[in-house]
Design a protein around this ligand. Sequence first.
Ligand SMILES: C[S@@+](CC[C@H](N)C(=O)[O-])C[C@H]1O[C@@H](n2cnc3c(N)ncnc32)[C@H](O)[C@@H]1O
Length: 270
Amino acid sequence: MNDPSGYQVSATGAELYERYATQYMGQWAPDLIEVAALQSGERVLDLACGTGLLARLAAVRVGPAGQVTGLDINVGMLAVARAMPPVSGATISWVEGSAVAMDLSDASFDVIVCQQGLQFFPDRDAAVREMLRVLAPGGRVALSVWNSPNPYSIAVGDALERFVSAETADKYRAGRLRLVPDANALRSMMVAARFREVEVRPHKLTIRHQAIEEFVLGHLSGHPVAGAISSLDEEGRAAFARHVKTALMPYAEGDGVAYPDEVNIATARK
Ligand SMILES: C[S@@+](CC[C@H](N)C(=O)[O-])C[C@H]1O[C@@H](n2cnc3c(N)ncnc32)[C@H](O)[C@@H]1O
């Protein structure tokens, strides 16, 4: 598909995403599902579903009478999603496609959830218009984007700059910083698309990780910068991970780390 979307990983990267990145994304997912206030029997679209973290939570919430669709542009992510054990609740359909031109019928969903996807779409305004199109009248959307770098992403960006290259650091930071619309831009985008009851609110969470050295190497192996990390030799990778651990010392908690994180969650109604 000719679509210069961000956050693209290989098939192995998708497996590593499920093993590591979801240890982070999974801490945020219940919050977005809570905000979406899913009801039994609703039809839910998990947009940019990745390996299907939110789709599975949504399936449990809407129950067997509901329907859940997970859409993502990355076939590797969808392959991992399909291979996961089914959850008790709604059946989940997995659809390959781009958020900017979805092969989904008009007015076919009651709710769209989208966790950390919007910033990677090549045309966000088009994606927001598509969200409106596929929602039934009165349908609602709940989407999250980061609103600032957190101590972990700052530490990783610094380590990439020091041990890999400024270019790789830039690529990593872009996903977390420059590409992300701020609260005002997010609100304007939703209003311009003619969503109603648009609200954008910051949400805070303390993120916890055990074994941060292992986590950071695993996380980056399933990240779009994976190639650069794998070019380091074993010693370089160990030094890289130690650098991140040292930078996170102020957030040490037991054997792991606990650091503050913040996202913006936009909610709106068709
Ligand atoms: C940071 S991941 C988030 C995945 C998932 N929502 C989660 O919470 O784990 C970003 C996802 O956006 C997807 N993506 C990027 N561009 C896309 C597009 N144009 N259409 C659909 N999905 C896209 C990527 O393939 C990736 O799975």
